[in-house]
Design a protein around this ligand. Structure first.
Ligand code: HEC
Length: 112
């Protein structure tokens, strides 16, 4: 195989991986993008979670207080504190609407 052909094959493979049709599973997305603050177990017992007083998603009362559309908005647009400082970034450039929907289903399963 000529080098130029190899390169073309390699870039086609890369384009496939990076393509928008690629959707990661909710648990992969949670581990990669959310667990650093919210905790792998959803309890937010992380350094950032404690500092920012993030809610414990295993708590049924917390879950009952969360509405799906508010959760979608938080993940899509991010959250700013009263001082205007960003508490959680917007994920709309990284996650598709379907991935965000799956993540909400994933968060609901933390409830004990
Ligand atoms: C930099 C830390 C950080 C990361 C990373 C992060 N969050 Fe958050 N998240 C927060 C903070 C802080 C809040 C607001 C907590 C509050 O003020 O009640 C929040 C709030 C939320 C809310 C709104 C409900 C609530 O608890 O108030 C949802 C839903 C949520 N995050 C989901 C996610 C998902 C899904 C991801 C990954 C795609 C993610 N978060 C990544 C810090 C983070």
């Amino acid at each position: 195989m000529k080098i130029s052909t190899k390169l073309a094959v390699a870039s086609a493979a890369l384009a496939l991986i990076a393509g928008s049709s690629y959707a990661a599973s909710a648990s992969d997305n949670w581990d990669n993008s959310c667990a650093s603050c919210h905790g792998a177990d959803g309890k937010a017992q992380t350094k950032t979670g404690k500092k920012l007083k993030i809610k414990d998603y295993t708590d049924a009362t917390v879950q009952a207080g969360l509405k799906d559309d508010e959760m979608t908005k938080a993940i899509t647009e991010g959250i700013k504190g009263d001082n205007g400082k960003e508490k959680m970034k917007s994920f709309k450039d990284e996650l598709s609407a379907d991935e965000i929907k799956d993540l909400i289903g994933f968060i609901r399963k933390f409830k004990a």
